[in-house]
Design a protein around this ligand. Sequence first.
Ligand code: HEM
Length: 221
Amino acid sequence: MDASATVTPFSTLIRTASHQQHTEAENSSFMSDLLGGRLGVEAYARYTEQLWFVYRALEGAAAALADDPVAGPFIRPELFRTAELERDLAHLRGADWRAGLSPLPATEAYADRVEECARTWSAGYIAHHYTRYLGDLSGGQIIRDRAERTWGFARKGDGVRFYVFEAIDNPAAFKRGYRELLDGIDADDLEKQRVIDECKRAFDYNGAVFRELGSEFPLSA
Ligand code: HEM
């Protein structure tokens, strides 16, 4: 193995390895239509609903992983999003939002994989944790801003609470701390590569969800 590979921090490796897929996610037709203000609030609600299934999988496993030597340090209650998603869904869909809730096939596969990693491979769970939460802390803020403007949600209010991390005062500092956790993962190079591969898989799952959302909300134009 190239000597430089062993000194590159893991947080840099995982970011670099997923960079291409990140660009694809940003440019997916569903995301660009959503952020371009070309879709109705129903598409945003349907997307939010899909996120609920993913975060329920991520956070439903959190208590069991809290003492795990590998994944445990990543379990931070200030990141939890399920309660915020539920408030957003109540706003978007009404008090009986649970009644009509259904995962797309891609969402179901994604949530199943998160749960499987949580049960059987805690380092793999970190790949999913990273892919969602670090993204929410970064690009999520752009999505929130667009959603507020497009559908008229109150700034950081109901509808966009998912994107608001009330308990994190300084997201940039939090992300630095998170990257330090990634860099300190107790895993050999082979295991780190497997985590990177799982991160790429996590991006694939997100891409598949976007594709299915895109089919459900095609642009008529
Ligand atoms: C249109 C949608 C999106 C926009 C505008 C966006 C934008 C951004 C921006 C501006 C950053 C900060 C980059 C930096 O700090 O150098 C970021 C980071 C990130 N995004 Fe996104 N993003 C989007 C979608 C996604 C999706 C769908 C995912 C995966 C589910 C994702 C995962 C991530 C991750 C994991 C990071 C952290 C990279 C790192 O620093 O290690 N993003 N995003």
